[in-house]
Design a protein. Structure first.
Ligand SMILES: Cc1cc2nc3c(=O)[nH]c(=O)nc-3n(C[C@H](O)[C@H](O)[C@H](O)COP(=O)(O)O)c2cc1C
Length: 179
């Protein structure tokens, strides 16, 4: 059984809606999911995790400062203890090309600093939408493709936790395609 917190900061609710969809996608038995607003997310949550998804709105082309402070101050006591945990990112932005992919990369950089393993997703969820660096939405997720991208991130995280933590290779996303 894998343990998966979905942690998000959201000032006006858009990243929260993404987080709910990510958590929905990750919610696959036998995994246990915790959906945590940043203010309630503690070092205990990240120590508990096997894999985690972290979401932030894009502020000035990068991660919102409350989220950066959380890594710098709130969970710093877990630094050196998160090596090998699996992480992924998502972000809401105010307008198309407003920097949300950079925010995902900011979050991935923080995960790498903590020794975590991260992943991209090659799949398209529609003609115009993929999540190579994590799903990004202009404001709240709207339409099937946005929602599918968020759910797929959670689903893929749950699959990697099954494969890499639980050793269940039948859950590999490319199972059946491997030589
Ligand atoms: C201080 C601040 C800076 C922002 N900077 C950007 C930005 O650089 N690019 C962008 O596309 N949107 C920017 N936005 C807009 C937010 O990313 C956008 O409204 C987002 O959907 C908010 O998510 P939330 O509802 O989860 O707080 C900014 C918003 C704030 C408050």
């Amino acid at each position: 059984m894998g343990r998966i917190p979905v942690v998000y900061y959201s000032k006006s609710g858009n990243t929260r809606r993404m987080a709910e969809l990510v958590a929905e996608g990750a919610n696959q038995p036998p995994h246990e999911i915790r959906l945590r607003e940043l203010a309630d997310a503690t070092a205990e949550d990240v120590l508990w995790a096997d894999g985690m998804a972290i979401g932030s709105p894009t502020w000035m082309g990068g991660v919102a400062w409350p989220m950066k402070r959380w890594w710098d101050e709130t969970i710093v006591k877990a630094w050196g203890k998160l090596d090998g945990k699996i992480g992924c990112a998502f972000s809401s932005e105010g307008g198309m090309s407003g920097g949300a992919e950079l925010t995902c990369l900011n979050l991935v950089t923080l995960m790498l600093n903590y020794g975590m393993l991260t992943f991209g997703v090659t799949d398209y969820v529609g003609k115009r939408t993929t999540l190579h660096y994590g799903p990004t939405c202009v404001r709240e997720p709207s339409g099937d493709e946005d929602c599918a991208a968020c759910r797929l991130l959670g689903q893929r995280l749950a699959q990697w936790v099954s494969v890499l933590v639980d050793g269940d290779h039948s859950r590999h996303p490319r199972q059946g395609e491997r030589p």
